[in-house]
Design a protein around this ligand. Structure first.
Ligand code: ASP
Length: 301
């Protein structure tokens, strides 16, 4: 099936493929990989801003020896000349493009392309839906820290409802058997999020001493019209700061997919906390993306 060639969300990877990606990530971080994508053309199209994901996909492709083209959405014929998405996808495929890395504000956009593109589509974030490579690097960072994630308590805090990172990472954590605790106010965390393996906690302070890992989220203001609570209320209830850090376990880790907003979901003391792992996450992001590219292009023919 054509769509099977792509990575649209974490569920597209079976257990063996997840293990493959993590194994390759470790190997690529130890020794520079060879030109495993020599002759493969990768096109990156980002319809939304990106610093980390865009740069790390570029680095990953370049380090694997791929031919790399970065398309700016405003330059696509799709934007102004009436070409349909389907025709754009077929056109790029006919040119021999092997991999399309796509970020778009609309949930499901990468899937629509994958139905027509004769190559591999990698979802680099679609609306509030999914962000599988971010989830992979989050999982990798946690596994490096704890080994097995079964029975570990991971708290994901803040605007869960609008976070594609949270949606993909929750899936991954459940698969790894972690105990997922979602923390946030009703407006950012509807009760339906409580499913098997996932609990909801409205009181951030109550979970602090029990969490092995705390994943902070940015408030995704671009995805909703009105804040369900004031900034001050949010900060008072959900910011990780100097006062709250006192109740975090000394061996716990704190993560954030970035970009983080100082003063909102965290204060500067978090950046000095021994367990702050944000830069580790960013670092792993390059090798994770190399591993995903290698899986799709070389292992899943
Ligand atoms: N960088 C992540 C994303 O693209 C998280 C964020 O923007 O807050 O979803």
């Amino acid at each position: 099936m054509r769509i099977r060639r792509s990575l649209l969300d974490l569920d597209d990877l079976d257990a063996d493929e997840l293990a493959y990606v993590f194994g390759r990530t470790a190997a690529f971080e130890q020794n520079a990989p060879g030109r495993l994508l020599e002759g493969t053309a990768c096109v990156n199209v980002f319809f939304e801003q990106s610093t980390r994901t865009f740069t790390s996909f570029n680095l990953a492709e370049l380090r694997l020896g791929a031919d790399v083209v970065n398309l700016s959405p405003k330059d696509l014929s799709l934007a102004t000349k009436g070409e349909t998405l389907e025709d754009t996808a077929m056109t790029l495929g006919a040119m021999g493009v092997g991999v399309l890395v796509v970020r778009h504000p609309e949930a499901g956009f990468p899937k629509r392309i994958a139905l027509y593109f004769d190559g591999h589509v990698i979802n680099a974030g679609d609306g509030a839906h999914a962000h599988p490579t971010q989830a992979l690097l989050d999982l990798y960072t946690l596994i490096e820290e704890f080994g097995q994630l079964a029975e570990r308590t991971v708290a994901i805090v803040g605007d869960v409802a609008h976070s594609r990172v949270a949606h993909s990472t929750i899936r991954g954590l459940r698969r790894m058997g972690a105990n997922v605790v979602l923390v946030g106010p009703e407006g950012f965390l509807p009760a339906e999020y409580a499913i098997e393996g996932v609990t909801i906690e409205r009181d951030f302070d109550a979970i602090l001493p029990h969490a092995d890992a705390i994943v902070l989220l940015r408030i995704q203001r671009e995805r909703f019209a009105e804040m369900p609570l004031s900034n001050e209320e949010y900060v008072a209830a959900y910011r990780l700061d100097k006062r709250r850090l006192k109740n975090v376990r000394a061996d716990a880790v704190v993560m954030h997919p970035g970009p983080y907003n100082r003063g909102m979901e965290l204060d500067d003391s978090v950046l000095e906390f021994a367990g702050w792992r944000y830069l580790k996450q960013v670092h792993h992001g390059v090798a994770i993306r190399m591993a995903v590219l290698d899986l799709l292009v070389n292992a899943r023919r």
